[in-house]
Design a protein around this ligand. Sequence first.
Ligand code: PMP
Length: 359
Amino acid sequence: MARVFNFSAGPSMLPESVLSIAAAELLDYRGSGQSVMEMSHRSKVYEEIILGAQAKFRAVLGVPDNYKILFLQGGASAQFAAVPLNLLSGSGKADYVLTGQFATKAYKEAQKYGEIRVVASSKDKTFSYIPELKREDFDPEADYAYICMNNTIFGTCYKEIPDTGNVPLVADISSCMISEPMDVSQFGLVFGGAQKNVAPAGLTVIIVREDLLGKQREDTPVMLNYKEMADSDSMYNTPPCWPIYICKLVLEWIEALGGLTVMREMNQKKAALLYDFLDGSQMFRNPVAPKDRSMMNVTFVAGSDELNAKFVKDAAAAGFVNLKGHRSVGGMRASIYNAMPYEGVEKLVAFMAEFEKNN
Ligand code: PMP
């Protein structure tokens, strides 16, 4: 069967070799006589999987010892509430930078729990850039400052981590997690849904500095309580067993490639190929400020709604699927996460050149 090149923003492609291992181990996981989907999360055999996945995450991303890695459920969206519930217990104030729909959703959710301020926003230009941020822009009394590192819908990404002084920085890294090396020590907390670069949907990864644990509001639901989840090693209740298993395989795949430095080189090469084509095209255009372009989500338009629609349709027929932009912005978006092979982008660019010539 021919596999398509899937440019979906998430859930998205997984490495083919990971899928092959999962398929080979599907009925009988390494002699256990059962599938990972069937086994007790309290069993010895599963314990090795979850602890192994956590250890691999720590090793591959270089997570310092004073950070906990949590494997939870509820998607990144549950974290929009969990972050303020767990962290807003000092001044009750937090600073948010609005760079797109997900940052705005997080801001709205946080407003239920404290005094939330917008530090900067790029809404004036349809979120097509990342605002300049200086340390003085942030309230030194805030319990935390919040950014969305890579804006999946608009195709922008922070290239520099804002300096927030002593205020812990919280970042939504859903769509850039483990796509390149990252200095976790610059953050108080990072989180992301796994369904882009890490695993199938159902797993949310949270990496939190230990001194931020135990500050939650009294009424924090136990399922959103970082301290409770850290104390139970993400096993307070049944964890998302299968995505955690795939996460471990994906991390092993990255490790075998040479780690995140190599992953970044591969991702940069793919993104450069596509952006260079867009910059030279007479028909297609990327609307993002060049310095803020995302390496993961490449947005583009073809000049008219009719041409955009025709492009998405023709591309799907040729085996390039899910290229339609987010329903809130239109146009096109190619999400080129870790598992998208270079060949996929190469063939897409050739297809775009041909489309341009014929239309
Ligand atoms: N944040 C970002 C940056 C995202 O891209 C997404 C999903 N596309 C979300 C949050 C929401 O994630 P979830 O569906 O896991 O709640």
